[in-house]
Write a protein that binds this ligand. Structure first.
Ligand code: FNR
Length: 344
């Protein structure tokens, strides 16, 4: 489908499904086991109704989109989550993602398992190589390899390390396994908070745990001195029936709302519309990540990624206006009815 015919983020999935070969598309699309978490990530947003306020001055809504993430300036409160194997969608791999992020002035977090080498991705940075990237890592080597990895990441110029903590075991991914494109490390990694502290001493960059799924772990992370936490169930690709980040954000809001003031909170999973972003922000989330929509958009390279950015910005601003929000950074939980429609 021609790029100009796409009008919303789900259109990129439709286009990718027709364009990519089945095994590559399946790798992106797949969720764990019965894919309950995959579906719940998408559907959870519709269980909570907006509470639009009317006759309010919303004329400055667009100007309130830009925000900071760990002190760095971006044009919007959303970012590209780390996803492996960008090469499945485009021979240029992650280059479309890094360039599209630069053109849209949003944050991109390259995956350790990118198709392109880290140095190529960082060499493609825009803004006179000043474009801010946070580098995602898995720890699959010993301490010496990890020390070397951290040195490489610092030398490349990343501004933070995103440490994925939701995957001590493989994701059970039946769909992908049928095409032999599943995850297959089969080694349980013994990552603990003690090790987190050791890792923190090995780098000057902040290490942000990605995959926090309970208020207890959010609290523990704050106690361990993190600068930010990243709520995620890996796009429903790891533990099936794990909660969506909206449910985790709500748990934190209900039981320990101070956490949103103590550290920056990032969240991803199932975000496809402007209103999804607003619901997460309303609880105190600082920035919202999207994985698959940008991976699918990358079939069009940087142009597609930039278009996805523009679509989401447009939707956030419009939805905020219709919601009666004067300043996106000041949206609060009173704009959503947190009694779930289905009583879940
Ligand atoms: C991922 N995700 C992921 N996460 C991570 O920390 N490291 C990684 O290498 C990958 N790889 C990966 C590949 C693909 C194809 C997908 C779809 C996802 C998870 C990703 O960062 C993010 O949490 C989810 O994609 C968010 O859900 P949505 O936006 O895809 O619904």
């Amino acid at each position: 489908a021609p790029l100009k015919s796409l009008v919303g983020l789900p259109d990129f999935q439709w286009s990718a499904r027709h364009y990519m070969n089945t095994s590559a598309y399946t790798y992106y699309r797949n969720g764990a086991a019965g894919e309950w978490s995959y579906r719940n990530n998408l559907e959870v947003f519709s269980r909570f109704r907006m509470r639009p306020r009317v006759l309010r001055d919303i004329t400055n809504i667009e100007a309130s989109l830009p925000t900071t993430i760990l002190g760095y300036n971006f044009s919007a409160p959303f970012f590209i989550s780390p996803c492996a194997r960008g090469g499945y969608a485009n021979p240029d791999g992650e280059l479309g993602l890094v360039k599209g992020a630069a053109q849209g002035n949003i944050l991109y977090m390259p995956s350790l398992y990118s198709s392109k080498p880290m140095k190529d991705i960082y060499a493609a940075r825009g803004n006179g190589s000043q474009q801010v990237l946070f580098q995602q890592v898995y720890l699959d080597g010993g301490m010496n390899e990890t020390q070397q990895l951290f040195r490489d990441i610092e030398a490349a110029g990343a501004k933070a390390i995103i440490l994925t903590v939701d995957s001590p075991g493989d994701g059970i991914r039946h769909r992908a396994a049928r095409y032999s494109v599943g995850s297959a490390n089969s080694a349980y990694s013994l990552l603990t908070w003690d090790l987190y502290q050791e890792l923190s001493k090995m780098t000057s960059l902040p290490i942000i745990p990605k995959g926090i799924q309970t208020v207890e772990d959010a609290r523990e992370a704050v106690k361990q001195g993190v600068k930010a936490i990243f709520l995620s169930n890996h796009g429903g690709r790891q533990l099936d029936t794990s909660p969506s980040s909206l449910e985790v954000a709500l748990e934190i809001y209900n039981e320990d709302p101070e956490i949103f003031k103590q550290v920056e909170v990032f969240a991803d999973g199932g975000v496809r519309y402007g209103s999804d972003v607003l619901k997460l922000l309303s609880l105190g989330v600082k920035a919202v990540g999207l994985g698959r929509p940008f991976m699918y958009a990358n079939i069009y390279g940087a142009e597609g990624v930039k278009k996805a950015v523009d679509i989401l910005k447009y939707e956030i601003a419009n939805d905020a206006a219709n919601l009666g929000v004067a300043d996106i950074k000041k949206i609060g939980p009173e704009f959503v009815n947190w009694k779930s429609v289905n009583g879940w």
